[in-house]
Design a protein around this ligand. Structure first.
Ligand code: ADP
Length: 413
């Protein structure tokens, strides 16, 4: 009898243990399910028995996943930062040519914002037939490596546009602003053409005279003298041009001023006026206006040549009996060297271009007076190397004032 009670008791105990186990199993399974549904916020319990191993393996897995995710996020952030640092515009297009992402530069170049333009068809931004045909060629797999030259934005800028395939779907649109490169290239081509043109005239004249001098009946006496004088005139023109070209190339080649010194300006001005008088040969009145008893710190050779250039221009573009006045003043603490003339003057639309190489208002007048068309370009370079600039005030028919404006720190009292 007592054995039967003991057995029943044992069975009861086993049953109770089994129920407790089942309840605990169910609770741990529920905890696991809750955690699986929301791994970020739900807590994974420690677990016991067989569950302990499962939970600990899960916890390990979660830790590794979090580490991988953090690394991936970091790499993605670095990649995006690197893309933002690219000086070119980058636009990622999906397989339907819709904007998926773009970097900051592309946004600035095209005036677009990702929040507003994400999903926009790229052809809605580039409504140019040339771009549509370029896109078509790209889609059909034709060679498009050379890219496409497009003028975009206001004020218009020149862009090189290129499409690159991205892993079998979508594409990358690259936008490179080549405005400055195109301008520099155009300037280079223009410069070579101008130099060739400037040299061609004297060379043609000299070779024409030489032909006559070497023919069977060469000119004699006064004629020969006249021919030789004209040849020497043209040779002088070539020499001046080459000298000015060399000066310009030296100024452009040296980024820093090599030697600087204090220039005693009243003395330099007196010398410049004397030289101008000699150049004018009494045809003009060259006077000294206000000359402040202050000095200038800079490269004496460069500044002397720039100031002499302004004086020589005043003489060459002022008819006989005109007046030329040189001044050395201090305006608001800044030194200003100026040359005023009562010459032919310049129409206002020419003024902004006068310092361009070979720009002349009247080519014939410049050449006949011995001009190379490079004088003011040299003056501008010299002044900018000294932190200054040139200011031109002029009225056609009444005269001009060319002022070399220099920074206050170059003034020596
Ligand atoms: P150039 O050798 O032709 O004189 P510059 O560069 O010195 O070349 O000057 C450029 C142009 O500016 C000249 O061709 C001339 O048309 C104009 N210019 C310069 N100085 C004067 C001036 N004082 N009065 C009128 N025009 C001037």
């Amino acid at each position: 009898m007592s054995f039967a009670y003991a057995l029943a008791g044992l069975l009861g105990l086993c049953l109770a243990w089994a129920v407790v186990r089942l309840v605990r199993e169910a609770r741990q399974r529920r905890a696991l399910l809750a955690w699986l549904r929301d791994t970020a916020s739900a807590e994974l319990p420690d677990g016991d028995d067989a569950w302990r191993e499962v939970f600990s393996a899960q916890r390990q897995l979660q830790k590794e996943n979090r580490r991988d995710l953090a690394q991936l996020t970091m790499r993605l952030e670095r990649f995006l930062k690197a893309t933002q640092a690219i000086p070119d515009g980058v636009i990622l297009l999906d397989a339907d040519d819709r904007i998926e992402w773009h970097n900051r530069v592309a946004g600035e170049q095209l005036g677009i914002a990702l929040e507003d333009d994400q999903g926009t068809l790229i052809v809605h931004l580039f409504r140019y037939p040339v771009f549509l045909s370029y896109l078509r060629r790209f889609r059909s797999g034709e060679a498009t490596e050379d890219g496409l030259s497009l003028e975009l934005g206001t004020p218009p800028r020149q862009f090189l546009v290129r499409l690159l395939p991205v892993a079998n779907q979508g594409s990358l649109l690259l936008l490179r602003d080549v405005t400055d490169m195109v301008r520099t290239e155009r300037m280079r081509v223009d410069f070579v053409a101008n130099v060739s043109h400037e040299l061609r005239t004297p060379v043609t004249v000299i070779s024409g005279f030489l032909e006559q001098m070497t023919c069977d009946e060469p000119p004699q006496g006064e004629d020969a003298k006249r021919f030789l004088a004209m040849m020497s005139d043209q040779a002088g023109r070539m020499r001046r041009l080459i000298e000015d070209l060399l000066t310009l190339s030296r100024l452009e080649g040296e980024s820093r001023l090599v030697s600087e010194d204090e220039i005693v300006m009243p003395t330099m001005i007196a010398e410049l006026i004397e030289e101008a008088d000699a150049l004018s040969s009494g045809r003009h009145t060259v006077t000294c206006g206000e000359v402040e008893p202050v000095n200038l710190f800079g490269n004496p050779e460069e500044l002397r040549s720039a100031f002499a250039n302004l004086l020589s221009n005043a003489i060459r573009y002022t008819p006989e009996w005109g007046e030329i006045t040189v001044r050395w003043q201090v305006h608001e603490g800044k030194p200003v060297f100026s040359v005023q003339d009562t010459g032919i003057g310049i129409a206002s639309d020419h003024i902004p271009r006068l310092t361009e190489r070979f720009y002349r208002v009247d080519r014939g007048r410049s050449s006949s007076s011995g001009g190379t068309g490079l004088g003011l370009a040299i003056v501008k370079h010299v002044l900018s190397r000294h932190g200054g600039c040139i200011k031109i005030d002029s009225t056609p028919g009444r005269g001009s004032t060319f002022s070399a404006m220099l920074p206050a720190e170059r003034l020596r009292r």
